[in-house]
Design a protein around this ligand. Sequence first.
Ligand code: SME
Length: 154
Amino acid sequence: MIDVDRDHLLVAIRSAVAASPNAKAAMRQTVQLLKDAMPHYTWVGIYLIDGDELVLGPFLGKPSPHTRIPLGRGICGAAATEKATIIVDDVHADPRYLACSIETKSEIVVPIMNGPEVLGEIDIDSDRPAAFGASDRALLEQVAPLLAEALTDS
Ligand code: SME
């Protein structure tokens, strides 16, 4: 268990999103706060739905070759299609996995929903195996609705 005050981080993200002038700024701030606070979050990004593809928006970490992902592909595509969070403890054991960096060992993808509609998703990779647990899921599933609000407000 990594010792991070997730409640404090959530409050900081909520304030930053509320103070952001637009959705892009809200997404950028969120990515920055998550990346800075969580040492095991090696790559943090937000994908947004564009037709039947996910398009990479703000991110921090190494540039990804996957700037557009069809909904039927990858762990990202699966999370958007299933409209549910996916945690993969060992990406190399998951046939859906689209490699972004050879150092990546585990991944969490959390859909950003507006009611039944998927707007996008939060995608986080870790260089540590099985880095994501129930507390990461709980945190990110509280962050996603804040982003949904920012994306539907503007
Ligand atoms: N691993 C993702 C692709 C995106 S990169 O991790 C940034 C997937 O399997 O969908």
